[in-house]
Design a protein around this ligand. Sequence first.
Ligand code: ADP
Length: 420
Amino acid sequence: MSTYLGCIADDFTGATDLAGLLARSGVQVSLRIGIPKEPPRDTAPFEVIALKCRTAPVDEAVADCRAALAWLRQTGAERFFWKYCSTFDSTPQGNIGPVAEALMADLDTRQTIYCPAFPENGRAIFMGNLFVGREPLAESSMKDHPLTPMRDSNLMRLLAPQVSLPVGLADRLTVAQGADALRAALDRLEAEGIAHVVVDAVANSDLQVIAEACRDMPLMTGGSAVAMPLPALYRASGGLAPDAPGVSIPSLPKAAVLLSGSCSAMTNAQVAQYLASGAPALQLDPLDLAQNGHGAALDWIAAQDLDRAPLVYATADPASVRAAQEKLGRDRAGTIVEEALAACAVVARDRGARRFVVAGGETSGAVTQALGVDRLDIGPEIAPGVPWTYCDSNGSRIALALKSGNFGAAGFFTDALGVS
Ligand code: ADP
């Protein structure tokens, strides 16, 4: 099957979020971790490549995204999507604009749109200004982000220094008139030489209009939400065959392990609720790991009945995290925990675990790497933005649920085991 839409995401959990929304259509979605080394084969109708380039140096981000595009073009795809964060995480140097401009040049296209809106998650754009809930972006907590502090809410002003070609706006009044009016406005802007068009959206119905107007653009850019209507539109237009392969859910043994390295408020609540259910659990202490290694944790997991879905967690409250970081340094504390959880995942797999629930973005990266996973097929959603995924690890089919920080409700761990 050749690919209909090729997507490039600037980080891993963003790629999972996009892949999950596309998979809501029931059409097969495949997520590749990094640029595949081999030429495409067994490709899905929707392919998503997860990169790690949100805060990489501009040249590196551009080179990675161009390489990802080149691979996606080999799948037969003719439409592409550049996915970034719904809070437009970037600096005056990039990387959103420079990557878009490079992809446009490679695709020989003169215009693209920018729509990071995600109304269901409180991200709306009005007159080119991005809102987080009721606050303008620059007044939200994003103003203090450690890597990409967002000090302006106006997407045109944020984008202009990142690109060389003119920036314009298709505002809500145009979007409200429907897809044909928006298409005509985009054509007019293109005739005036406007290459980069920010498009307003405050509600899901706006995203539907935008997707309809832009579905045949060689390149669309935005958050995940504006891509959500695309599968149905491609089906309705006949571009995507009605018999396009769907999500296939393997039947896997019950044996499971839960690994939690996220220390977010929600993950703390999720661990507390799982502990209260009486499930077997082991708490990792970074100081103990630093002193004695993680051998004891591996012995513990090796001795567990995996049908009872044991939990290994380093999840702790902010004061304990700070204490560990003060003694070990933030990076060392993080790495020690990630390595221990990743090693537990491998032991569990070798002892028959076939379902893995992992909490934490960085933790997920460490676990997938240790399991040797480079491709995930997207399955049913457990919670918004967190689908089950299926992949091969050391010759066995396994299921992975990768949850970043604050995703999911308090019952997430039990919910996940119920869905798979
Ligand atoms: P999130 O998605 O919530 O940001 P991540 O896995 O990306 O979660 O990041 C959490 C980081 O905190 C990881 O590097 C993890 O190893 C580290 N960590 C986990 N538990 C502790 C702890 N008790 N003390 C210090 N650092 C920890």
